[in-house]
Design a binder for this molecule. Structure first.
Ligand SMILES: *Cc1c(COP(=O)(O)O)cnc(C)c1O
Length: 400
């Protein structure tokens, strides 16, 4: 009995070392266009980026006024099938303003997930509100509708058109699910539950431009959706972000708040509330107009990479993350799940040593010092995923 146990651990270890070697060779071969380092996600500029940037410089409209901002907003709204888009300086600012537009204020609670990038929770804090961490589903890596329902049935109390946490007495003023790595959360169920409790929804679709659920773009299910165009995202302006919404009043308020709340006057400086300088410069918008024109090519190139990864990982019996039924993923960051945390750590160490950028997922929010006292549920799935996910190099390939 003892010997057999030892044997099986030994065989498994041998297998995993062999699998590590093979996998590293496989990734190097996929990215044979890269020299010494294979990055996690590199930008790709294959269209009119330089032409549009030159137009900005030649016209001198590089900053907060210029035609590319409006053009990009229209182009983005059309691409997503949303009525309005508001371009801002980055995704975090978009989340902040989205929450403010929905009325999130001091001492409110905002329901979100612990498995996310820190910006999601930080934006809630900027409003003086507190994040409440609900578990994710293993299947989607997004907020679990059943965990959301359970939390609200246990803690929620409807008062007039609002929802309160009956244990803390605080208002629950928004629900902020995130579409992890561009894979769709079960967003129509989340929205349905939130609606039953009179809680507005803002989707953190920062990673999810080009992804859809039931043929509708992510970001268009909630009251507001948010994108990021940071350098590591699918399309980029260096830095940038946007809100999309079908509610024109929300869009107007977002525009006003992000442009120092200035009211129109031919020459006077009139501001009617405390606003923010969150506008997107024309220079960044120029880059984004070109990037959005080329998004279909980027998406199909990345999908081919995902298919090659999937064939390979299927053949060695390692789960490679795929889109759930009814949804299309943009495959922003591709990922596998190892059997154990130990396997994850050894693969991370070996691949990074060999110049392949692989990464674990984020530290769960409720483990960070500033969020460890926040309300949370059992976080079983978030914990499971956090110990096993490995992000693989996912860039556009010029050799594919
Ligand atoms: C990138 C990202 C953001 C923030 O976007 P920035 O443009 O970097 O401010 C927010 N949420 C998630 C989930 C992200 O991945």
């Amino acid at each position: 009995m003892t010997i057999r146990t030892k044997e099986s651990i030994w065989t498994k270890k041998c297998k995993s070392i062999k699998a590590t070697k093979e996998t590293i060779a496989f990734i190097k071969n996929l990215f044979s266009d890269r020299a010494d380092l294979i990055p996690l996600h590199e930008p790709y500029f294959g269209g009119k980026e330089k032409i549009y940037l030159n137009e900005c410089i030649e016209s001198t409209f590089v900053s907060s006024v210029g035609p590319f901002v409006n053009q990009f907003e229209q182009q983005l709204a059309k691409y997503c099938g949303a009525k309005n888009a508001v371009a801002v300086v980055n995704g975090t600012a978009a989340l902040h303003i989205g929450l403010e537009v929905l009325g999130v204020g001091n001492n409110d609670e905002v329901i979100t997930q612990s498995l996310t990038f820190v910006a999601t929770a930080n934006a809630i804090s900027y409003c003086g509100a507190k994040p409440v961490f609900i578990d994710v589903e293993k299947g989607s890596m997004g907020m679990s509708p059943s965990a959301l329902r359970l939390f609200l049935e246990t803690n929620g109390e409807k008062r007039e058109n609002e929802c309160y946490n009956k244990k803390t007495g605080n208002k629950i003023s928004a629900c902020l699910p995130m579409h992890t790595y561009g894979f769709a959360a079960d967003i129509d169920q989340i929205c349905e539950i939130a609606r039953q409790w009179n809680i507005p929804v803002i989707e953190d679709a920062a990673e999810a431009i080009g992804s859809s659920f039931k043929e509708k773009s992510l970001g268009t299910f909630g009251d507001i959706g948010v994108f990021s165009f940071n350098g590591n995202k699918i399309i980029t302006a260096g830095g940038g972000g946007a809100l999309i919404t079908n509610n024109t009043e929300y869009a107007e308020r977002a525009k006003h708040l992000t442009t120092t709340a200035k009211t129109y006057h031919q020459y006077e400086f009139l501001h009617d509330q405390i606003g923010y300088n969150y506008r997107m410069p024309n220079l960044n918008a120029a880059l984004l107009c070109a990037q959005l024109e080329g998004i279909e090519e980027i998406l199909s190139n990345k999908r081919r990479l995902a298919e090659e990864y999937k064939n390979y990982f299927d053949s060695i019996g390692v789960p490679f993350r795929w889109e759930s039924p009814n949804s299309i993923a943009n495959f922003w960051l591709m990922c596998i799940e190892t059997e154990t945390k130990l396997d994850r750590d050894s693969f991370l160490k070996e691949s990074n040593k060999q110049g392949i950028m692989t990464r674990p997922t984020w530290q769960l929010m409720h483990k960070l010092p500033m969020y460890k006292e926040c309300i949370k549920d059992n976080q079983i799935n978030a914990q499971y995923l956090a110990e096993r996910i490995i992000n693989l190099p996912s860039s556009y390939r010029t050799n594919a």
